[in-house]
Design a protein around this ligand. Structure first.
Ligand code: PLP
Length: 396
């Protein structure tokens, strides 16, 4: 390797290390589930987005194995050239049925759905208005457009309206409002009903990223649009299979015209291979399971309510979350790092979230509930959090 490059990279890595920002992912020695084997230890997992425990569900695994037997390990590359498998089309039909939209387009990931669809939808002279705390994949998608960018403070509807007025004054062809549905750091929910109302008032289009609402919010986990009963009123309902749905892949649900347009215009769909049949079949099975039963969604919420209630009774500050994302606020960055490390020593896996992921002085441990946690898992985690909370003087 070029010596200069090697040295530059090393210097940047050292800088990250000094700031305590170096990622060093741990190794799972088995499935990702509530009780996982990680780096040689049996731990209670509190940092997975596998909200419903579907990644290890029997029906999903069975569907994947059968599809691999029938279709093989791979899909034969990019769909526009090599063709869609009937399985890919069936998944898109299933997404549309589940989300109550006309149709849907399945992307490799939520990240590539955002980074491909947003630039496809916006041209020079358009305006995009984005919540200040939107996900990085939205930010990257917006960076790839020639549209004018505006940001409103997180969930601030008065500021959104001001931006809409400013945008209108420029007489753009198109105004697009983009928001996360559930914000992953604090677990708060976008006021999508108000956003849609403002959009209608100002003739803007709407795009919601439902990554943390899929499988969590709404009827049978249908997501944020169902939660606010806004079916048919959000133009682009984007989401992912990598979290609550337990598999992998992004999608955009909406009109048939939208699908046809995006599959002709998004480079992250046109120029990349499609999912292997096993993943696609498991994704179909995931939605079919949720259509039949809301048992897992209900369990997720029971666990969430139990866990939050106990932590609050013990005196912890669990922030403003309205979802299974449950921050345990430490405020102090050092305490967040220490708490995570101590929890790990006590066989609980939960990560610290510090600046720049959240504002300075707003550090926390972020825990995530799942339907896969048993009452014992949660009691175990609560005991350890209590013990360490006392050590660090977060509670008395
Ligand atoms: C995780 C996440 C994504 C990315 O989804 P993947 O399918 O994992 O690439 C996009 N947006 C938000 C808000 C997310 O939390």
């Amino acid at each position: 390797m070029n010596e200069q490059l090697q040295n530059d990279l090393k210097a940047e890595l050292e800088d990250l290390e000094q700031k305590n920002l170096l990622w060093n992912p741990k190794t799972l020695e088995g499935p990702s589930c509530a009780k996982a084997k990680i780096a040689g230890k049996d731990v209670v997992m509190l940092c997975s987005n596998n909200y419903l425990g579907l990644s290890t569900n029997r029906l999903l695994k069975k569907a994947a194995v059968e599809a691999i037997r029938k279709y093989g390990a791979g899909s034969g590359s990019v769909r526009p050239i090599a063709g869609s498998m009937d399985l890919h089309l069936k998944l898109e039909e299933t997404i549309a049925r589940f989300k109550h939209t006309e149709d849907a387009l399945y992307y490799n990931s939520g990240f590539t759905a955002n980074s491909g669809a947003i630039p496809a939808l916006l041209r020079e002279g358009d305006v995009v208005i984005s919540d200040s705390l939107n996900h990085g994949s939205i930010i990257d998608g917006v960076r790839l457009t020639k549209a004018e960018r505006m940001i409103y403070q997180h969930r601030d509807m008065a500021e959104l309206e001001m931006r809409l007025k400013e945008a209108q004054a420029k007489n753009p062809k198109r105004i697009l409002i983009i928001t996360d549905g559930v914000f992953s750091m604090d677990g708060d929910i976008a006021p999508l009903d108000q956003i849609v109302k403002l959009a209608q008032q100002y003739g803007a289009c709407t795009y919601v990223d439902d990554a943390h609402g899929d499988g969590v919010l709404g009827e049978n986990g249908r997501g944020i649009v169902s939660h606010f009963k806004l079916e048919g009123k959000v133009d682009m309902d984007m989401g992912t299979f990598s979290k609550g749905f337990g598999t992998m892949g992004g999608y955009i649900a909406g009109s048939k015209t939208l699908k046809k347009y995006l599959l002709n215009k998004s480079r992250t769909w046109l120029l990349t291979g499609s999912h292997p049949p096993g993943t696609v079949a498991a994704s179909i099975a995931s939605l079919e399971l949720l259509e039949k039963s809301d048992k897992l969604v209900k369990k997720l919420w029971r666990n969430t309510k139990f866990f939050k209630k106990r932590l609050k009774e013990l005196g912890f500050d669990t922030g403003i979350s309205e979802t299974p994302i449950t921050p345990v606020m430490t405020y102090d960055e050092g305490k967040a790092a220490k708490m995570s490390q101590r929890l790990w020593e006590e066989n609980v896996y939960a990560l610290p979230i510090v600046f720049p992921m959240v504002a300075k002085g707003k550090a926390r441990i972020r825990t995530m509930m799942s339907a896969d946690h048993s009452k014992e898992d949660l009691e175990f985690a609560i005991d350890k959090i209590t013990k360490i909370g006392k050590e660090l003087e977060l509670i008395k």
